[in-house]
Unconditional design. Structure first.
Length: 665
């Protein structure tokens, strides 16, 4: 609690309230003492207490004009709603105000609070009313509060009005307009006055502001006293039916008590007002701090969707001063970079008072170039009435640039990959032609079709040329295969595939190799008595590549178990061997093109390093999976799972992937 008293504003308010209370109290005591001396002094003493009480009471309200002025300059309200946020605490606390209004620099009452009961004042041009105009002009040429003489208010009853040029500059900030109903205000002011049989009247020059009793005119005025309020001199008069004597002997303690009560009331009300002020100030400052340190910015519109606030950060991000947007709508300032449709949607959403998020557009920053902004907002309602939008904005330039770079990189990678595949396909074709000659002629030489070569060494060289040519041809065919798949050029050719027959043909190819390494191949076929709808070339290639590896990387005397079966809607091929196996940490590498794990020159000479990559690519494109289980020195099992029925045409193939196909283990 005490911490709130530490602020400067709070201390000043407390000291001011204390002095007000002390002055009232001392005056009351002095008046009471005076009253004991003379009957005439009794009148004056009652009058002095009454007048000072009234002066304190009315003066406290007039002083609020400066508080409101300070708040106005800090908040700079742009709408009636914002203005009434400033006046509301004062109106709530001091019910004797008729209204607190804002007069624009042209002398027209623009904002009226509260509006209810004061509608007649709205848009009233004060220049057309001689009395108010005169006082308004006088207020405009000073920075002090100026009061009108009593007049008939636009709302009907009698009253008076105070004008205060805001910040001493009415042409810039307008004027505060405090409206009082005299009967309401002064009845309240004299409620606790020590009148004790007196009637009281307040005059401003010849005009009567207030009479406490309807029959005041029938009484005798016994004392009168001037009271200065702002720039006006009022006169407070006391009247009674007949002369009274020593009345204040009795009244003294009451005067003191009332002074004390008035002092306490003044003190507490001031503290409350200042306390409220302080709290709203803290909230305001807190918000300002958050707004300053946040990398996003905050914005606000009024109920006509005109921007009324943009936090500082907006200017840092966009290089545009907020003033350029303040007072304008989104439709007026536009949203460069957003499509017409997107902008239309946004405007419709705002017209419908609905929330929106991540509306992206861009602005040209003088130094940073194009900056991308993402805007979100919510409609705000007060007591069911729409009062505007509040929202945040975010700088998404970096995100946007990354997205663009990623998209460009993906396109470039795709293009490069296709170029590579096309290059390989062309090269492979070009290589195959001379290779035919190399192989054909070396075969003729090694077979010695046209007579003996004459020297044993030539025969050996011719054989080596032929075997190397054969290896080169396999390699080229494999490269052609994989590049065709990756370039998305391999077509699916669905037909009735007799798996048992294909498997038998494949096994036969390896007869010689099996015999030379003493390897036994067993085959098991389940539920494949009738043909399946698949691509025969693909099935054959998978069998050949897996079985050739199972033999190649097997030990002499080893075993190869080939299993093909139909399970529900899947066609599963499994090739298991008892060979050298694959180290656990290399299993994922073996499906990469040209990856070889084994250094044995004999083995590496035999392979191209593309067999498993082709299996993997074919499987993935047919929508299947390849899984590998292996243990070094024990053996490996390769399982390919394919859809049992392949659709015909290009749709059957899944999009070619430039990344390594994933596999399950
Ligand atoms: P390669 O033409 O070299 O056989 P692959 O793509 O068919 O190329 O196989 C890649 C590598 O994976 C092989 O070099 C070999 O090291 C390893 N590998 C493939 N199959 C087996 C297997 N059944 N047993 C052990 N290692 C294997």
């Amino acid at each position: 609690m005490w911490t709130s008293f530490l602020s400067r504003r709070h201390r000043i308010a407390a000291v001011a309230a204390f002095f007000a209370a002390a002055v009232t109290l001392v005056a009351a005591v002095l008046v009471a003492r005076e009253g004991r001396v003379h009957v005439h002094a009794d009148h004056n003493r009652v009058l002095a207490g009454t007048a000072l009480g009234m002066q304190g009471f009315v003066g406290a309200r007039l002083d609020l004009a400066h508080l409101l002025e300070a708040q106005f300059l800090r908040e700079r309200p742009e709408t009636t709603a914002a203005f009434s946020e400033i006046t509301e605490p004062v109106l709530n606390l001091f019910s004797d105000f008729q209204a607190i209004n804002w007069v624009d620099p042209n002398g027209v009452i623009r904002w009226v609070t509260p509006l209810a009961g004061n509608e007649a004042a709205l848009n009233l041009n004060l220049n057309s009313l001689p009395d108010p105009k005169r006082v308004l002009d006088s207020a405009r040429s000073s920075s002090e509060l100026r009061l009108t003489p009593p007049l008939t208010l636009a709302q009907g009853p009698r009253g008076f009005v105070g004008y205060l040029a805001i910040g001493g500059d009415a042409a810039q900030n307008g004027t505060l307009n405090l409206v009082f109903r005299t009967d309401l205000l002064l009845r309240e002011a004299f409620k606790h006055a020590p009148l004790a049989g007196y009637a009281v009247r307040v005059r401003d020059g010849d005009a009567t502001l207030f009479e406490s009793d309807a029959d005041f005119g029938q009484r005798v005025v016994v004392a009168s006293r001037p009271v200065a309020l702002a720039d006006r001199a009022w006169t407070v008069e006391l009247a009674q039916f007949q002369a009274r004597h020593r009345v204040f002997d009795l009244a003294d303690p009451y005067v003191a008590a009332i002074g004390l009560v008035l002092a306490a009331v003044t003190w507490f009300t001031t503290i409350t007002v200042v306390g409220n002020q302080e709290r709203s100030d803290i909230t305001h400052r807190r918000f300002q701090d958050f707004a300053r340190i946040n990398s996003d910015w905050f914005w606000e519109t009024d109920d006509t969707l005109r921007f009324s606030y943009l936090s500082e950060r907006f200017q840092e991000v966009t290089g545009t001063p907020p003033d350029k947007f303040i007072g304008r709508t989104r439709a007026e300032i536009g949203a460069p970079g957003a499509s017409d449709k997107a902008l239309k949607n946004l405007l419709a959403t705002m017209e419908a008072r609905k929330p929106f998020s991540n509306f992206v557009h861009h602005r040209q920053h003088p130094e940073r170039g194009l900056v991308y902004l993402s805007i979100s907002g919510i409609p705000v309602f007060q007591e069911g009435r729409f009062i505007g939008y509040r929202g945040i904005g975010r700088d998404v330039t970096l995100e946007r640039r990354h997205e663009e770079e990623l998209a460009a990189a993906a396109v470039a990678a795709e293009r490069a990959n296709r170029a590579k595949s096309e290059f390989l396909a062309t090269m492979s074709h070009e290589l195959r032609t001379p290779l035919n000659a190399i192989m054909g002629f070396s075969d003729i030489l090694r077979q010695q079709y046209f007579g003996p070569l004459g020297n044993q060494n030539y025969e050996g060289y011719a054989r080596d040329i032929f075997i190397s040519g054969e290896h080169l041809l396999t390699l080229i065919n494999d490269i052609l295969d994989i590049s065709a798949i990756e370039a998305g050029k391999r077509m699916v050719d669905v037909s009735d595939v007799d798996v048992t027959k294909i498997l038998e043909d494949c096994i036969r190819v390896f007869d010689v190799q099996c015999a030379s390494k003493d390897i036994t191949i067993t085959t098991t076929v389940h539920r494949l008595d009738s043909p399946i709808q698949s691509d025969a070339r693909m099935v054959r290639q998978i069998f050949i590549n897996l079985i050739s590896n199972a033999i190649k990387y097997n030990n002499p005397g080893g075993r190869v178990d080939v299993d093909a079966q139909l399970q529900d809607d899947r066609f599963i091929i499994s090739v298991a061997d008892t060979g050298i196996g694959i180290p656990a940490n290399r299993i994922s590498a073996v499906t990469q093109p040209f990856s070889r794990l084994h250094d044995d020159p004999h083995l590496t000479h035999e392979g191209t390093g593309l067999g498993l990559a082709i299996v993997k690519a074919l499987t993935a494109m047919a929508g299947g999976t390849l899984s590998i289980a292996s243990e070094e020195g024990v053996g490996s099992t390769f399982v390919v799972t394919l859809p049992a029925v392949l659709a015909d045409g290009e749709d059957a193939w899944h999009a070619p992937s430039t990344s390594t196909p994933s596999h399950t283990l």
